[in-house]
Design a binder for this molecule. Structure first.
Ligand code: C2E
Ligand code: CA
Ligand code: CA
Length: 577
């Protein structure tokens, strides 16, 4: 009997023990954690479960557990947070608590999660503490937080965060009645630099540049990266050394030295800048940014490597050009443009040589909306020049082809080509396809380009021009005398014709030294085998002068204004033998 009782007691005890551990393990599995402490208040014992020895680097699983041990593992500054959260839980009879804390080794983070079980009277029965290593997650979080504010390449503020900070600045400036200057900086020709040094080194260059800008970062100046090569600085209450103008000058000074890449390549580059100031140029961050960007584009257009400040006119021009962009698009869509023809005559014989095709933009009543001198630059800026230019060429050759069939006169046509058109890869193919389509003699097609075509992508443009010249197409250099073209420069230009600008023709007879220069230009062009066209000839005196110095062709109001195709047809008919 005694034996049986003993057996039952033993079984009960084992069962209880089993149930208890099962209970612990079930609770623990809910945590799915790493290290555990199980405290039983009834027996006043604590147990360590999990690879403790490994985690703390000493053999502790066998020593009697003391809750203070955990405290000793924590970073001094975080001990309090732990005791408080546990105290909170126990004091308020709560069943759960969770804290993230640093360990003694400072850079390691753990999460401590505690669960309590109470009896009906509210006395604690058991406590399970789960400890998980969250160092990795914490560092990722830190990184995410960092990326939320900073640009990953340069470490400068990113766009979003910068805008928020700028908005705060503006609001404070409104209260304190001071200004905020916003400076946009953009690396000139960054795309070209990138193409030549490669994307990776392009990134390096951007990083290098951002280091210069970082130096300006202070309490009342914030620096951000806005786009691939666009940077932005906001200056609170600017004056003296702390002003957009001064910063720009400092940056420019620094850029006088070339930047040396890790592969030892030296890169020389410049930056353009646009400045808008709160509150004059914008009442909030977004308006200010928008306007500074517009001013920046103005700096770019007017030749780069310079700083432009906000003016109301710049904004007006911009608004005008935006509304014009849509109108231009609509006009291309409905083929609303027309071609006018201005006759060119042989200077010696007075014979009709051909015409320059000039674009006109009529409204529904046939009145011209604006002159190409105004809308072509806008079309170049917004890219609509591509479809417009393609249409001009096609329409002109179509008309010329019609005249050629009907009048059997060998007429030359000159078509103005924008640099942007030449930069398009398919330009040569397009010209060639039109020549084929209209069976047009390439030698009767003249493409007028200005020096600006040679500034960007010089080699590519020269190659394309040479392909066209091989086909027999003639190239005319337009507006000679207005740019920086020098005579020595002419020598290496792949051109056939020189168009002497109206200003040259004009001053040639009023100013004797200008006359000498004009004569020298025509002489030299002749020696280089180029033909010359005098543009904008308005008076008989001008024509006589150009004739005397040996200019080949005359074009101007004197001999014929640009005219409609119907009028030009009449002119051809008068010329017929
Ligand atoms: P441009 O190529 O220098 O064209 C000559 C301009 O001078 C024309 O102005 C013409 O009307 C004007 N002109 C001709 N003779 C005289 C004269 O005796 N006196 C004066 N005061 N002016 C004269 P337009 O047609 O207004 O064209 C202005 C500019 O627009 C052109 O200058 C050209 O750069 C551009 N353009 C015109 N049509 C096209 C085109 O189809 N494509 C491209 N890309 N540009 C074009
Ligand atoms: Ca022209
Ligand atoms: Ca011209």
């Amino acid at each position: 009997m005694e034996d049986l009782k003993y057996q039952i007691d033993l079984l009960t005890a084992m069962n209880e023990r089993l149930m208890a551990s099962e209970h612990i393990y079930r609770a623990i599995s809910e945590f799915n954690g790493y290290l555990y402490i199980y405290k039983d208040y009834r027996t006043q014992t604590a147990e360590l479960i999990g690879p403790w020895d490994e985690a703390v680097g000493e053999k502790i699983s066998t020593i009697p557990y003391d809750e203070r041990y955990l405290l000793n593992l924590l970073h001094d500054e975080d001990m309090k947070a732990y005791t408080e959260s546990i105290y909170e839980m126990e004091h308020h009879h709560e069943t759960e608590a969770k804290v993230e804390l640093r360990t003694k080794t400072k850079f390691n983070w753990i999460e401590i999660e505690a669960k309590m079980v109470y009896d009906e009277d509210g006395s604690p029965i058991e406590k399970i503490i789960a400890i998980r290593d969250i160092t990795k997650r914490r560092s990722q979080n830190d990184e995410i937080a960092y990326l939320a504010y900073n640009d990953s390449l340069t470490g400068l503020y990113n766009r979003n965060y910068f805008v928020r900070r700028l908005q705060d600045m503006c609001e404070q400036a409104a209260v304190e009645k001071v200004g905020v200057e916003l400076l946009f900086l953009d690396i000139d020709d960054f795309k070209k630099i990138n193409d030549s040094i490669g994307l990776l080194f392009g990134d390096e260059l951007v990083q290098g540049f951002s280091l210069i800008l970082k130096e300006f970062q202070s309490d009342n100046m914030i620096v951000g990266r806005f786009g691939s090569d666009v940077f932005i600085i906001a200056i609170y209450n600017p004056h003296g050394q702390r002003s957009a103008d001064h910063i720009y000058k400092t940056v420019r000074d620094r850029l006088r030295e070339p930047y040396v890449l890790t592969n030892k390549t030296e890169v020389h580059y410049t930056v353009s800048a646009g400045v808008a100031e709160f509150p004059e140029a914008g009442k909030n961050a977004l308006d200010l940014i928008k306007n500074a960007e517009i001013v920046l584009s103005k700096a770019k257009e007017s030749g780069k490597n310079r700083i432009c400040f906000f003016e109301y006119e710049i904004l007006q021009d911009f608004v005008k050009s935006v509304s014009m962009e849509q109108k231009l698009k609509d006009t291309i869509e409905k083929e609303g443009f027309v071609i006018y023809f201005q006759p060119q005559f042989e200077s010696e014989t007075g014979k009709l040589r051909g015409a320059e095709a000039l674009l006109r933009w009529p409204d529904e009543h046939g009145q011209f909306i604006t002159s190409p001198g105004e809308f072509i630059p806008i079309a170049e800026r917004n890219g609509t020049i591509i479809p417009i230019g393609a249409w001009v060429m096609k329409e002109t050759l179509k008309i010329m082809n019609n005249w050629r069939m009907r009048f059997r006169l060998p007429l030359v046509v000159a078509i103005n080509i924008s640099a942007i058109q030449l930069e398009k890869d398919n330009f040569v193919d397009y010209v060639q396809s039109l020549l084929q389509m209209y069976e047009f003699d390439p030698g009767s097609l003249e493409l007028e380009i200005t020096e600006t075509a040679f500034i960007n992508d010089y080699d590519v443009v020269i190659d394309r021009i040479n392909v066209l010249r091989k086909l027999g197409v003639k190239i005319a250099l337009d507006d000679f005398g207005t740019g920086f073209s020098s005579l020595s420069y002419l020598k290496n230009m792949p051109i056939d014709i020189l168009k002497i600008d109206r200003t040259f023709v004009d001053s040639a007879i009023t100013d004797s030294s200008a006359g000498i220069i004009t004569r020298a230009v025509v002489d030299m062009a002749g020696q280089l085998g180029l033909k010359t066209v005098a543009e904008g000839v308005e008076t008989q005196a001008q024509q006589n002068f150009m004739n005397t110095i040996g200019c080949d062709y005359i074009q101007g109001y004197l001999t014929g204004k640009p005219m409609s195709k119907t009028d030009f047809e009449k002119l051809i008919i008068r010329q017929l033998p």
